[in-house]
Ligand binder design. Structure first.
Ligand code: AMP
Length: 231
């Protein structure tokens, strides 16, 4: 309660994107009971929902919590902040800028926040670009496992946003070695499926359906006020 009174609460930040995914899956007649949604872009988060209602999300009071992002660090030991401030003399404001603007994929790779640049550099053997991509994949896998535990399993996983929709290699790496959860991806189709369309990339025997769905935040933003006005 004290934290709420101080204005501290978990906001999420990708709620509009997740609402759009739920709306699209419901319209397809494929909204599952237990859904894991991976919004992977310049900002990234994983959320889980039961019957379309959000249960948990990886972002917190600010978008900093959760996954490593283009320029944001992932969840770190909070003691790192006073440790670094002591060591470097950074002010709280400088520390905030450091964590939000200079960390994440950019900070780890030392090259770029853009997954296209990182994929190209990793292919040429750049170790730091590869490390950044590996750390990103590892973090997404960890959230998928954690949220599957929270929901007592998962019926579907959906990928959306710039990386989730377009980066086939990152998607494949996330979906590798997930048979323990009943996830069986069609890795060939993952590499050839059309971009910009709603597609299912799991094999028929997969207990967990895997969708790639283009994010439709604009439509959700347009529909929600209309729904309120016509109520
Ligand atoms: P968003 O924040 O959803 O607009 O996602 C932007 C990010 O998606 C970019 O910074 C890229 O890292 C990534 N992205 C966009 N297109 C591609 C692509 N074709 N392949 C890999 N990553 C992509």
């Amino acid at each position: 309660l004290a934290e709420r009174e101080r204005g501290l609460r978990r906001y999420g930040f990708h709620g509009i994107s997740f609402a759009a995914l739920v709306r699209i899956l419901r319209a397809r007649g494929e909204l599952p009971e237990r859904l894991l949604a991976c919004h992977l872009g310049n900002g990234s988060s994983v959320s889980c929902s039961k019957a379309g209602k959000c249960v948990d999300t990886s972002m917190g009071l600010t978008p900093l919590e959760g996954l490593p992002m283009g320029t944001r660090c992932d969840s770190i030991d909070p003691a790192i902040m006073p440790f670094l401030m002591d060591k470097t003399g950074m002010t709280a404001k400088e520390m905030d800028t450091y964590m939000n603007k200079k960390s994440g994929m950019l900070g780890i790779s030392g090259i770029s926040s853009d997954f296209r640049d990182l994929g190209a550099a990793a292919e040429k053997g750049d170790e730091r670009a590869k490390l950044a991509l590996d750390m990103f994949v590892y973090a997404v896998k960890k959230y998928i496992g954690a949220y599957a535990a929270a929901l007592n399993g998962a019926d579907a996983i959906v990928f959306t946003a710039g990386v989730g929709e377009n980066d086939r290699e990152v998607r494949a790496d996330i979906l590798k070695d997930m048979e323990y959860m009943g996830i069986v991806a069609d890795f060939d189709y993952n590499m050839t499926c059309p971009r910009g369309e709603e597609v299912c990339i799991s094999k028929p025997e997969s207990k967990v359906k895997i969708f790639v769905i283009p994010t439709d935040e604009e439509m959700t933003i347009a529909r929600d006020p209309a729904r309120l006005v016509t109520k």
